[in-house]
Design a protein around this ligand. Structure first.
Ligand code: ACO
Length: 167
């Protein structure tokens, strides 16, 4: 069984993370982001490396609200799919979420089977109270807009399913 390990991302991982996600951005599975956005978010990222240190997976956890986070940019190198890397990324992001005090994790995805088997359930429109909605809607973050299902991000969310897991 091939070995891999999950670790916190470093700034020097950003070029490899961008190379890993690029084919999925091209296929409109993941949202494209500029390098600066990856550097700004580097503390949110976990990466997976193989035995010789090649970067073969990544995933990020973004805090949305006191109890709520979003799992973002989960990607596994095509040579490594179906070997448990994706599940290992989610497990680590969930540990990070618990450490931060989060109780719910949101994701927006085409991979409903994969996330569903990890306990994520499709959600409707009203997941937060009107008071929290009014606060969240002020954010300029695209992920927050996707969570709220705002019209301006419909081109990003088309065909994706909004899912939520209670930790
Ligand atoms: C919020 C977001 O980021 S949404 C975007 C998600 N990312 C993408 O869609 C990008 C393209 N896809 C990918 O990168 C990957 O296919 C992912 C992330 C969806 C899944 O990654 P993988 O590493 O293949 O996941 P993993 O191997 O843990 O699980 C996949 C399946 O393989 C099975 N599996 C796990 N280990 C093994 C193994 N050793 N042998 C055989 N099958 C296995 C699992 O049971 C799992 O089945 P399930 O999906 O029905 O639950």
């Amino acid at each position: 069984m091939p070995e891999f390990s999950v670790r916190r991302a470093r700034t020097t991982d950003v070029p490899a993370v961008m190379r890993l996600v690029e084919p999925f951005v091209q296929r409109r599975i993941l949202l494209g982001k500029n390098a600066v956005v990856f550097y700004e978010a580097v503390q949110e990222f976990r990466v997976v490396e193989d035995e010789v240190g090649n970067l073969i997976g990544c995933g990020a956890l973004h805090v949305l609200w006191q109890d709520l986070g979003e799992v973002r940019t989960v990607a596994v190198h095509p040579d490594w799919i179906h070997q448990g890397v994706g599940h290992a990324i989610l497990r680590r992001l969930e540990e990070d979420a618990r450490e931060l005090g989060l109780q719910r994790l949101f994701c927006l995805t085409f991979e409903t089977g994969f996330f569903g088997r990890q306990g994520y359930l499709p959600i409707g429109e009203h997941v937060v109270s009107p008071e929290v909605y009014a606060e969240l809607v002020q954010s300029s973050d695209e992920g927050v807009a996707e969570f709220l299902d705002l019209a301006r991000v419909k081109p990003n969310t088309l065909g994706n399913t909004r899912m939520l897991k209670t930790l």
